[in-house]
Design a protein around this ligand. Structure first.
Ligand SMILES: O=C(CO)[C@H](O)[C@H](O)COP(=O)(O)O
Ligand SMILES: [Fe+2]
Length: 215
């Protein structure tokens, strides 16, 4: 079954609690939280305090996507705030193995994110150590951008890498995912789909989630 992770980046922050409960009731599997620092990406969003505030509002796993420089410095704070999985960008983590070990030491699931232009082979030597690969299908920094189709063959490459090694690693796709682009990701081997504008931009959240899931 394909999992859907609504991105709260597209939610109305003035009523974040209601927005999170609404997607949980509409069938979401994870809550995707986009952390941006204004350095690694040209936008600033939220930090551990918001994750801590969200934690008691839902039973769903909190999927924290760190788009920040020096992720090692903040991993413990996000884990303590209630993250269930933390993903870090390959491009922001020069000592990726160490960073993954730091995440695992806190007891949360660890994932690695690749920007659209970053090749699949950058995770070849870390794939045995992680729970999730997050493939960006937009350049990170903003919601509401268009899906970059040229990333689809990379989803297949990562799927092959995982299957060849008989690993239980999720492939998550993030950026421009909607009812039209989701089937491309699913056919290529993705198991978790992040969507912000294609869910929070719609009146009927349940229909929006089902349409992306392909139900
Ligand atoms: O990481 C992200 C942007 O950097 C967001 O998760 C992503 O953009 C979701 O928004 P949308 O579905 O509207 O593209
Ligand atoms: Fe994200």
């Amino acid at each position: 079954m394909i999992k859907i992770a609504p991105s709260i980046l597209s939610a109305d922050f003035s009523k974040l609690g209601e927005e999170i409960k609404a997607v949980e009731q509409a069938g979401a599997d994870y809550i995707h939280i986009d952390v941006m620092d204004g350095h690694f990406v040209p936008n600033i969003t939220l930090g551990p305090l918001v994750v801590q505030a969200v934690r008691p509002l839902t039973d769903l796993p909190l999927d924290v996507h760190l788009m920040i420089e020096n992720p090692d410095q903040y991993i413990e704070a996000f884990a303590n705030a209630g993250a269930d999985m933390i993903t870090v960008h390959v491009e922001a983590s020069p000592h990726l193995h160490r960073t993954i070990q730091l995440i695992k030491k806190t007891g949360v699931k660890a994932g690695v994110v690749l920007n659209p232009a970053t090749p699949a082979n950058t995770i070849k030597h870390i794939i045995h150590d992680i729970d999730m690969v997050l493939l960006m299908t937009v350049n990170p920094g903003f919601g509401g951008q268009s899906f970059i189709k040229n990333v689809v063959p990379k989803i297949k490459e990562v799927r092959n890498l995982i299957d060849e090694n008989k690993l239980d690693v999720e492939i998550e796709v993030d950026g421009g995912v909607n009812a039209e682009t989701a089937p491309l990701c699913i056919d290529a081997g993705a198991t978790v789909l992040v969507a912000g504008s294609a869910i929070y931009g719609k009146d009927d959240l349940k229909n929006a989630i089902n349409a992306i899931r392909g139900v």
